[in-house]
Write a new protein. Structure first.
Length: 160
């Protein structure tokens, strides 16, 4: 699916289309997150199997979530970017690896320290996402540097 969307996007470079697709996919995610939030406030518990069968649930493989993900991916595929962000690709696995732990710690800090009303709670989601990404990127960069220094040290020892 990703390959087909990428090929589709290669011939349709348009930042306006990209913005539209990304905005629509993000809007779906925001609406689904809000619905899930309201359900949690009401104390509704849902059987896991029912949760995944519901096409409008906020589950990772729910059809509506897959659609939102495809829209966002397609949006980035048609985006005409002039800057080179290829260096970031080398950090994606490490960012993915570190983000869960950082998310857990930061969400507790932000949830316990900042959330007093719904307005601040809405802002905290955006703040938390940005902070987790930046801290995960920083952790990935630091890890890569230590990894390279260790590799150089081991290589130097083997040479001697």
């Amino acid at each position: 699916m990703g390959y087909k969307l990428h090929q589709w996007g290669k011939v349709r470079k348009s930042n306006r289309t990209a913005l539209l697709l990304i905005s629509f996919g993000t809007a779906i995610n925001v609406i689904l997150a809000y619905i899930n939030y309201i359900r949690g406030l009401k104390g509704l518990q849902v059987d896991v199997m029912q949760y995944y069968k519901n096409p409008f649930s906020y589950a990772p493989l729910a059809p509506i979530e897959v659609l939102a993900s495809c829209l966002i991916f397609a949006g980035f595929s048609v985006m005409d970017i002039k800057r080179d962000f290829s260096k970031l690709a080398g950090y994606t696995f490490l960012i993915y690896l570190f983000h869960a732990g950082i998310w857990d710690i930061m969400s507790r800090v932000i949830r316990d320290g900042l959330i007093e009303n719904q307005f601040v709670e809405g802002i905290s989601v955006v703040l938390l996402s940005a902070v987790v990404f930046l801290m995960s990127l920083l952790a990935a960069v630091v890890y890569k540097r230590f990894q390279m220094k260790h590799y150089e040290k081991v290589t130097e020892q083997k040479m001697n």
